[in-house]
Each structure stands twice: as structure tokens, then as C-alpha cells.
Design a binder for this molecule. Structure first.
Ligand code: OOB
Length: 567
């Protein structure tokens, strides 16, 4: 039996929780109920369009499919509180399965399609998952095969049964076929009554998001029904999402941004419509925007840049009203082009799977929208900017951002050691972002003091890359750092000191990491072989100096770092 989730979470202290309830932040209703209620308000309005398959569902049809799927999951042996790793591309199977889990109290673990053996094993074992949902193949990769390969490792580690749910014609009798699982049911009234009677509690864990990579392997963030619903509803309000909104989900839905900021959940809860697309590639995205009358979309800066480029030839994506940009800092010059070129209002979103969301508001002056990352969503979000001794810095000075609030959990799941570092004893989350507060109260993200590389919004743990590179016998010392990149903001560069008489190449490092099985976006894209690594006065590797060094080298090679696009 998997351990009850509650054994390893850090709940909000009761006085805070009571205040969040009393002041109406926490609705006290599980997400499945809220979604059901939203669909009852406009059952015949369109809810979901899968741009890849053409499937279109109204709110009633979606809710009934979700209920039918939830009932089938329960009938096939999954129970409320069980965990299921969901690794699906954006599409109707992702939506129906995830919502079905929320409805039944089964807890989805939001893996990314890019994850491979190492990440999936870690997530499955840590969450003690009893199932995984995968596409049969995606972009030429055999996800079904890998899911079955994990069976033995996961069973040995957790003692759990391991069921593989497969989306696509490649499913065979050893799998649960997601197309059958997500099909319409025979008795929607009975399904609904059964699920209403066994619904999870509002403070139960609704889902696990993944942390953006500071320690070796991703950590799990347990988000409750109450806190995540609040996150989604509040985001919808700030993005101007109402029942007339049509939202394009083309960033991975497993990311907090596309899932609930406002994303899939916020838009459905507002009675709007979601269009799923497996890729944000501009041609496909612009076609989907035109075809479905998309009013709202979300992008990381690298995607926004490609959309801007595309719009110069193709013209603006006419129906688009709001483009949210977040996940990494958008350069001010790029931000200023969004409205004139795309004809849509820009909303900057500075968020984190750990909770806190900051954003610019739609009626903010252009200067605020284009040069800041906005301010916290909730009046109950607490934000401090502190120095190295956790003392508040004067306004206008950069400081490390600490936060607490009604949708920022107080600890990672099953991670006491990391929690001691990432949270203060009185529950503030150390985001690792270095920010400055403007006189108007908005935050500007100026840098970070965490050891993470932000590759176009994908977060990569430097420690994880180093751990893997250290496995190569020729490597004596390694440090992974961010190098500047014009398209993605940052990419991974590794500095290596080889063993005496040995050498190592970038291809060897990448091949080794691929053999271990990690997401491709984590593979280093540049190698610097050096005799020694710069160190600080206390003998730690000086990553700041290495980052400056690689930027300098690239500038020398190409005039500016900007001209160079490795791999
Ligand atoms: C979003 O969430 P995560 O968990 O993938 O990454 C969080 C980290 C932040 O701590 C910060 O370092 C960086 O990503 N970040 C930004 C940013 N938005 C996120 N840095 C600068 N400017 C921004 N606008 O990335 C995420 C979650 C919800 C909504 C949007 C993004």
C-alpha cells in the first residue's frame, strides 16, 4: 500500500488555514465539484477542442466523460489517494484523465513529455505511484516501452502494482487503453452520484507539480484542492478570463502555467473554452488561434519571440486579446513589441510551481507591463526581499525573494532535508529569485541565487547535470552553469577538469547522459575543458565567475554572445 500522502506533507498552520477559509480564499470544495458546477452553469457551451484530433466537447460532454473515466479508474483498482504519473502531450486524453483524477481523488503526478527513464523512475518511486499514463509513441520515442521497462524498478522500490495506461493505437492487452478509458459512459447520472458521494476533501492533495530543479532530482509539490482552485480562479480574474474566453494551451499542460495560471483549470472554472495543441510552433499556433477564435494564450519568452517573428510576415493573430508571458524573464525590448505586433495585451507572469504568482494587470500602464514582472495575485501573499542574513533590504534594492501565502505550500513532499534549506522555520519559501521592488510595488526579477539553469522556461538543476557528468571516469571536476543564448535566454555549459592524461568531449558527455535516460533539454550544449575551476574565498566553485567567463568567451568568438546558437 502506498503511504497516505498526509504523512509527508507540511500543512498550513491551522490559524492561517482558518483565516484563508474565513476570508473566502479557500472555497472548501474539491476541484472536481467546482468543475462540475461550472459545467452546470453552461452545459451546452463549448469546453474543449483538441486541435490535433479535431475532437470537440461541450461542458456537459466533457464533465460526463470525466465522470465516466473517473468511475472506470476506480473500477479498475485505483483508489482515492493513489498516485498516477501522467506523462501525456497536450490533448484530450491529458485533459480527461487529469480531470478524472481530480474528481476521484486519485493524485496525478505531472511529468513532462520530455522526461525519460531517470526522471520517471524518480517520480514514480518518490510518489509511490501505482500507475503511469503515456502516449504509445511521441516524436519517435517509445513511451509505452519505457513505461513497461520501469515496472520492475518501481515495484521493487514501492511494492506497488504498476499499471500502464497508453494513449494511441499502440496499446495492447497488457495496458489500459486510454481511448477506451476516456470514452463516454452509459449512465452519467449514476457516475455523478457515485463520485459526488466519494469526493476527496478540500484540503486533500489534488495533484503533484514538479519543482523547477535546484536540487539533484525534481521535488514534488503537493497542491491541495483548496489552494489550487484559488490559484486558478484568481489567475483567471487577473487575465480577464470569463465565459467568453478561448484559451490556447500550447505550452506543456503539466506545467503550472498552462494548467492553472489560469490555464486549463482557470478557464474551465470560468466557463470558457480550452483549445489544446501539442506544440507552440508559430504556424500551428496561429492556425489554431484563427480557427478557434482564441482570445488568450500563454508563452515563454522564447515562444513569444518566435510568434513575433512569424507575425511580421503572417500578420497578427487577430482574435488574440491577451498574451501571457512568463517562465523566464522577457527582455524589455521584446515585451514592448508584443502589443504593436501581435495586437494583444501583454501580461507578464512571474510564477512558480511552489505557489506564488505575480503578474502585471491588464489595465497597468505600458511601462509597468513591459518592464516589470508584476505583483502578487492575492492580497494575502506575503513577499519579503532579503539579504544573505535574511534581513529585509531597503525598497529599490535587489534582495532574495521569500514568500508565504494561501496557495504556497509550506514544504516539499517527502523531502525533510531540502525543506530545511528551502523553507525558513516560520514557513517562508526561499524562491531563489533575486528581485527588486519598484516604487509602484511591482517586482523586477534581476537574477537568482539558486543553482538552476533556465533554458527557455525549462528548469535544469546544475547539480543533476554535474552528478551525471561525474560518472564519467575521465572527469575529475565539473561545474554546470548557464551560458547566455539569444533565443532561449540560457543554455547549459559544463566546465570540466579532466583526470590527468585523460580528456572528454561534449559528445561523450551527451551520449552518456542519454544512455542514463534524461530529458534532452538537460543535455549540456557547450564544454569548456579547463585546468582548474575558479573558486571563491571559502573554496567553493565560483559559478558567478564561470558564468561571466563563458559569456566573455562567447562574445570573443562571435562579436556578441547573441550571434552564437549552439546545437
Ligand atoms: C514557472 O514555474 P516553474 O516552477 O517552472 O519555475 C519557477 C521559476 C521562478 O522561481 C523563476 O526563477 C523563474 O521560474 N520564472 C521567472 C519568470 N517566471 C518564472 N523568471 C523571470 N521572469 C518571469 N516572468 O516558471 C511558472 C509558473 C506559473 C506561471 C508562470 C511561470
Amino acid at each position: 500500500m502506498p503511504r497516505p500522502i498526509g504523512e509527508h506533507t507540511t500543512p498550513w498552520p491551522e490559524p492561517d488555514a482558518a483565516r484563508y477559509v474565513a476570508e473566502g480564499y479557500w472555497a472548501g470544495v474539491p476541484l472536481g465539484h467546482l468543475l462540475r458546477a461550472a459545467s452546470d452553469r453552461a452545459p451546452d457551451a463549448p469546453a474543449l477542442a483538441d486541435a490535433a484530433t479535431g475532437l470537440a466537447l461541450t461542458h456537459r460532454e466533457l464533465a460526463e466523460r470525466v465522470d465516466a473515466t473517473a468511475v472506470r479508474l476506480l473500477d479498475r483498482g485505483l483508489s482515492a489517494g493513489d498516485r498516477i504519473v501522467v506523462q501525456l502531450a497536450n490533448g484530450s486524453a491529458f485533459v480527461i484523465l487529469t480531470l478524472a483524477c481530480l474528481r476521484a481523488g486519485i493524485v496525478p503526478v505531472m511529468a513532462l513529455p520530455a522526461h525519460r527513464r531517470r526522471e520517471l523512475t524518480h517520480l514514480s518511486v518518490l510518489s509511490e505511484a501505482s500507475a503511469i499514463a503515456v502516449p504509445d509513441t511521441l516524436n519517435g520515442f517509445d513511451h509505452r516501452g519505457l513505461a513497461h521497462e520501469l515496472t520492475e524498478n518501481v515495484r521493487n522500490a514501492t511494492g506497488e502494482r504498476w499499471q500502464v495506461l497508453v494513449d494511441g493505437p499502440g496499446a495492447d492487452p497488457a495496458d489500459m487503453d486510454l481511448r477506451t478509458l476516456c470514452a463516454p459512459g452509459d449512465d452519467p447520472v449514476a457516475d455523478r452520484a457515485r463520485l459526488d458521494a466519494t469526493a476527496p476533501g478540500p484540503r486533500d492533495v489534488a495533484l503533484f507539480l514538479l519543482s523547477g530543479g535546484t536540487t539533484g532530482s525534481p521535488k514534488l509539490i503537493a497542491r491541495t484542492h483548496d489552494d489550487y482552485a484559488y490559484n486558478a480562479v484568481l489567475s483567471a480574474g487577473a487575465a480577464g478570463v470569463g465565459d467568453d474566453a478561448v484559451y490556447l494551451a500550447s505550452l506543456p499542460l503539466a506545467h503550472n502555467f498552462a494548467l492553472a495560471c489560469p490555464g486549463l483549470l482557470g478557464v474551465l472554472l470560468a466557463g470558457g473554452r480550452v483549445v489544446t495543441l501539442p506544440t507552440p510552433e508559430p504556424r500551428a499556433a496561429f492556425a489554431a488561434i484563427a480557427e478557434h477564435g482564441v482570445t488568450h494564450a500563454a508563452a515563454v519568452p522564447a515562444v513569444a519571440a518566435r510568434w513575433l517573428e512569424h507575425a511580421v510576415g503572417a500578420g497578427p493573430p487577430a482574435p488574440l486579446r491577451v498574451l501571457q508571458v512568463g517562465g523566464a524573464r522577457i527582455p524589455d525590448e521584446l515585451a514592448r513589441r508584443v502589443s504593436p505586433v501581435l495586437g494583444a495585451r501583454l501580461q507578464q507572469v512571474f510564477g512558480m510551481a511552489e505557489g506564488l504568482l505575480c503578474c502585471t494587470r491588464l489595465d497597468d500602464p505600458d511601462d509597468v507591463v513591459c518592464t516589470t514582472q508584476g505583483r502578487p495575485l492575492s492580497p494575502h501573499d506575503e513577499v519579503r526581499l532579503v539579504d544573505g542574513d535574511d534581513r529585509d533590504v531597503p525598497d529599490g534594492e535587489p534582495g532574495s525573494l521569500l514568500t508565504r501565502g494561501p496557495y504556497t505550500p509550506r514544504g516539499y513532499y517527502r523531502a525533510p532535508e531540502q525543506n530545511a534549506r528551502a523553507f525558513t522555520p516560520d514557513g517562508w519559501y526561499r524562491s531563489g529569485d533575486v528581485c527588486r521592488r519598484t516604487p509602484g510595488g511591482n517586482l523586477v526579477v534581476e537574477g537568482r541565487d539558486k543553482d538552476m539553469i533556465n533554458r527557455g522556461g525549462e528548469k535544469i538543476s546544475a547539480e543533476e547535470v554535474e552528478n551525471l557528468v561525474y560518472r564519467l571516469p575521465a572527469v575529475r571536476q565539473v561545474a554546470a552553469v548557464a551560458m547566455p543564448d539569444p533565443a532561449l535566454g540560457e543554455r547549459v555549459c559544463v566546465y570540466v577538469v579532466a583526470q590527468p592524461g585523460s580528456t572528454v568531449t561534449l559528445d561523450e558527455i551527451r551520449a552518456h547522459m542519454e544512455t542514463v535516460g534524461v530529458a534532452r533539454f538537460t543535455l549540456p550544449e557547450r564544454l569548456e575543458l579547463v585546468d582548474e575551476l575558479a573558486s571563491t574565498t571559502v573554496g567553493k566553485i565560483d559559478k558567478k565567475a564561470l558564468r561571466a567567463d563563458v559569456a566573455r568567451r562567447m562574445e570573443r568568438e562571435h562579436g556578441t554572445g547573441a550571434a552564437h546558437a549552439p546545437r
